[in-house]
Design a binder for this molecule. Sequence first.
Ligand code: NCD
Length: 317
Amino acid sequence: MTDTDARPAPPEPRHLLATEGMPAAEIGRILDCAETYVAQNRSRERSPPLLSGRTLVNLFYENSTRTRTSFELAGKRLGADVINMEVAASSVKKGETLIDTAMTLNAMHLDVLVVRHPESGAANLLARKVNCAVINAGDGNHEHPTQALLDSLTIRRRRGRLAGLVVAICGDILHSRVARSNIHLLNAMGARVRVVAPPTLLPADIGRLGVEVHHRMETGLADVDIVMMLRLQTERMSGQFVPSVREYFHFFGLTREKLKAAKPDALIMHPGPMNRGVEIDSEVADDIKRSVILDQVELGVAVRMACLDLLTRASLP
Ligand code: NCD
């Protein structure tokens, strides 16, 4: 037996793949840790480089502005070496399978792989094939856990709690990983979730997700604390799900008029990118008293720093 064989096996890497099944205590721990990074992100002071010598790879098979940039910033602020794999320029375009790409990256001894992919389940598959921590940055219409975590941090900072709040998630629920991750997380934290959408934009399994279903904004928004709008995910649609964008805006677009049904101080959220005039009117999106859309972007960096911190700390030998 060589010295190398005698060394204890490295601990199994932990991953962040979904909010489904995540215990409330763990969610609370991530949000509390993220709080510590919020102030730090606003100052020029940097914390000791926790991730110094560690490598983070962003592997994005779908477009992204906010999520990729914020993982990049989070990694750099913690002192990691961050590499953005340009999927269009990589061997993926030459037909390399996801698993081959993973094995190649594996050989480079990464610590964290952040992956976004159009197929639901892609992040789980990769997590079984690589020996580094995997963070799901959105897989098809399945999950996008860090988005839900940053949404909850935004709500908690504004309202002081999550439990007991009523949250309406409105629009294209069917194709939205953001909706799924938020439903699981908010339910785990004791919030009450409503979904508001035309029947064509609701998943068949909506009944088992523990939400109240509404088909009209007027009733769905009645007395809610939070209004979370979603983009029509046209890139995931095959066929026609709404008669026309104009009609969709008329019935489901958030306007000042429709917002009157919600609590007078209800917060307006949107994960971005927004389609103004489709799911949301500019007047409400830009209302600085009610809209927390830019807070969501800001807090995304703190949440991702917390996730990187907790995941890599856990896998230290
Ligand atoms: C969302 C996504 O990619 O799932 N955006 C994001 O991460 N900020 C929502 C969307 O694309 O509509």
